[in-house]
Design a protein. Sequence first.
Length: 105
Amino acid sequence: MQTSSLAADEVGKRIVARRRVVEFTQERLAEKAGQDLLTIRRAEHGATDLRLSTLVAIAGALGMDPGELVTGLTAEMVPVRQPRSENRRRLKAERSQHPDAERGA
């Protein structure tokens, strides 16, 4: 799996390390945290930026403070993304330049 960011990768490593300490399977962690197994797998592989509520639920299930999962992370570890409104404007501009591409012509 491709990582979402260096921060997501680091959080994933911390989740795996703690899960092993408490001797949980991914399935058990998912159950205790009230999350889908796929969410746990993606989190552990750094393939997703977790929602705050998911991060808190996972930390709680692992018996740890959520801060332990994010301590030391920096803004440089997260790629800068365009706001969704910027993406929409860019796509609209591209489509107006190539109107036939939208219809598959």
